[in-house]
Design a binder for this molecule. Sequence first.
Ligand code: 0GY
Length: 317
Amino acid sequence: MSQPSKPTTGGFDKTPGWLDWTASPSQPRFQLPAGSVDAHCHVFGPGDQFPYAAERKYTPCDASKAQLYALRDHLGFARNIVVQATCHGADNRAMVDALRSSGGRARGVATVKRSVSDAELQDLHAAGVRGVRFNFVRRLVDFTPKDELLEIASRIAPLGWHVVIYFEAVDLPELWDFFTALPTTVVVDHMGRPDVSLPVDGPQFALFERFMREYPNVWSKVTCPERLSVSGPKALPGEQAAGLAPYRDVIPFARRLVEQFPDRVLWGTDWPHPNLKDHMPDDGQLVDFIPHIAVTAEAQHQLLVSNPMRLYWPEAL
Ligand code: 0GY
């Protein structure tokens, strides 16, 4: 495989302290099931071709479609779901260009405004977009009013699209009524970002489990151990031999969701890993995390193949 080449910036100044994605990820030991989907990843620019949005809260290094697809092949994925990143605002051109260049092997999640026309929505659909993302993480976006989001949700519902929501666990109580009013399938990014230093049986994660239990239209990405972990990427001395994984503090949370909701979980790399402060993960090591959270071949197949195919390529089933 051709390794992804080194990141560029397209003439933009990166956010100070920005960590670039790993240019030479390891070969995972875990062999992905045939047809696996990386259901959460992004493209950034390149900035000289697809400039970053004026309203962005960070300026990344470039992460092109060619680099994303080289990573896909290196890790052994068959398909990608390219999620619009906030650094591109509601300008979906880089994401759409990636979909159109994928030979039908990528679908996408867009960011749109209330002003989007029906013709634009149809064009996005033709390119392979199957969802919109609503973001409630304050460091990433200025919030869009909820009435505007509900209007967007009602317009994309007839297309068979879903809504992806991104929020922090502490904000779930306040957002509950809005989320539970959404008329579509709802996909939560990164398990609703639990504080994994709290007990998995504690009230914070119990509320998230209740959200999924009571609302069968809610799915979750069991993604981003590298973002949620306090214990970090290294197994402590002696732990690796005992079979304990990097990011081990995230395992009980992700495994709990995979076991309780096996037909409503998705997995993705989150490449190119925006806004990480402490370390940049090795994407091969992230793939090796999967068997710690989906421990049977059946659970792995649901997580990596049948669930994402049902959501993004239903016509192929
Ligand atoms: C992620 C997480 C983050 C960023 C974005 O679109 C984005 O900018 O999603 C984050 O900083 O937590 O899913 O990539």
